[in-house]
Design a protein around this ligand. Sequence first.
Ligand SMILES: O=P(O)(O)OC[C@H]1O[C@H](O)[C@H](O)[C@@H](O)[C@@H]1O
Length: 549
Amino acid sequence: MTVLTSQPEWQRLTELATSVKSTHMRDWFAEDPQRASKFQTEACGLYLDYSKNRVDQEVLDTLFALADSQGLSAHREAMFGGANINNTENRAVLHTALRNFSGEPVYVDGQDVMPEVLATLEKIRAFTHAIHSGAHVGYTGKPIRQVVSIGIGGSFLGPKIMTEALKPYTHDAVKVHFVANVDGCHIHDVLSTLDHTETLIVMSSKSFSTQETLQNTLSAKDWFLSQGGSQQDIARHFVAVSSNVAAATEFGIAEENIFPMWDWVGGRYSLWSAIGLPIALALGFDNFKSLLEGAHEMDKHFKTAPSKQNLPVIMAMLGIWYRNFFDAQSHVLLPYYHYLRGLPAYVQQLDMESNGKQVTQAGQRVDYATGPIIWGSEGTNGQHSFHQLIHQGHGIIPADFLMPLNVPNQDDTHHAMLASNCFGQTQALMQGKSFEDCYKDLEGKGLDEEQRRSLAEHKTMPGNKPSNTILFEKLDPFTLGALVAMYEHKVFVQGVIWQLNSFDQWGVELGKVLGNQVLAGIVGSADHDQFDPSTQQLIARFRKANAPK
Ligand SMILES: O=P(O)(O)OC[C@H]1O[C@H](O)[C@H](O)[C@@H](O)[C@@H]1O
């Protein structure tokens, strides 16, 4: 038994789970008229109703006690304080410094990083202004009207999804396009619509070694040259964001066109760094800064609020409850807001790349479940497809429903329907529909007794399915910053409980290495014997299909 599962709080939670499993949430609501008002809280513009969860006060208190026993406060201080908590890469984890507007220094290895963070922010501001004002023009003197942001993973999802979520705040000076996939169709489709004389390429790669991003940038460079641009014109049309300035310079990006970042910024936590440059270009610098300010507000809340009012802590501990004591395999995110439709994909990387681990920070294999599968998509669409499994499938899938109370250009009829569906789903998941009610509904429908009972069985909804509802006035940059930071800290807290290093990603690193080895096999520069028979067969089939005709 590991230290975690032998904790008295863990043992107590195991006992509590047994009794909670035999209780229906609808009985709790019936017994306690105050339940809804007890289990709700609000911070940084986000309102959380977590009353439709399979918890009572004792469960919550024990979950918070577990967080204390795992040293959450000390771990939190270590992260904000710049300790090397990413122990397998010997790095600090300081995305919070990128949005630190407190005026306080943040030290890494004895050096205050804030001056370079603020200098880079100023560089983003000045560059964004130069593009928007037309001070920075393309090589023919035309203003930049199109931006192509090339990156993948954290160098793609953050900028793309934040830009999409804040569509109503779009600056009209430029249109920003995002390319990630190495599948040539993607970059081809984007570039084929653009005029190279008014296009800026932003190449974003923390490591400057990611195959997809390097290749897409090379293709963009070839396109630029083939359209009539020259080598020396590249400086006006290509910029890079990277922590590997040497590699970026060697690649041909002029040094003044490189926006720095640092190895203490994890890829999936990097949208707050210069990786967010495309966000500033798409929305204007003030909106980008407001996004950072919202995240900073959430940082302050996370650091100071007691557990029972602390949004990330509550969300994290509810997740632990279901993952470890109810065997929930996945967690679904359901944004009821079209522009926020990318959030599940964003949190998917954030959560699954951080806590998809089975070895503790100390290098021991765990004997408990860790990070769940994160998935989801926009409501109401999912109600007409996969919600079926959430309602009536085996086991439970805890859900986060998210919705703005007001939307831009609001059509009240549409918006009321959106809200009613969102709230209605949480109600249906919680209450379900009993066999007795379904049986009653079938009276006088011409069924014999056996048919009636059987159909009623099919229609019965067990209910007792947990959900959080997160509401906000509107999704402005500040609120989005707070929302994303809330999920970051939720993932952090869960990593602390599970004793994981949430900040490395050796699994995806291996994928990168193997991809390059197979590429060598495909182009014929590596011996095929090194691959397993199945992979050899696939390579052979591919080579045959692509052999010179
Ligand atoms: O920014 P880059 O160095 O190109 O990395 C892009 C992505 O690469 C890897 O797949 C990592 O797992 C991601 O966390 C990272 O965001």
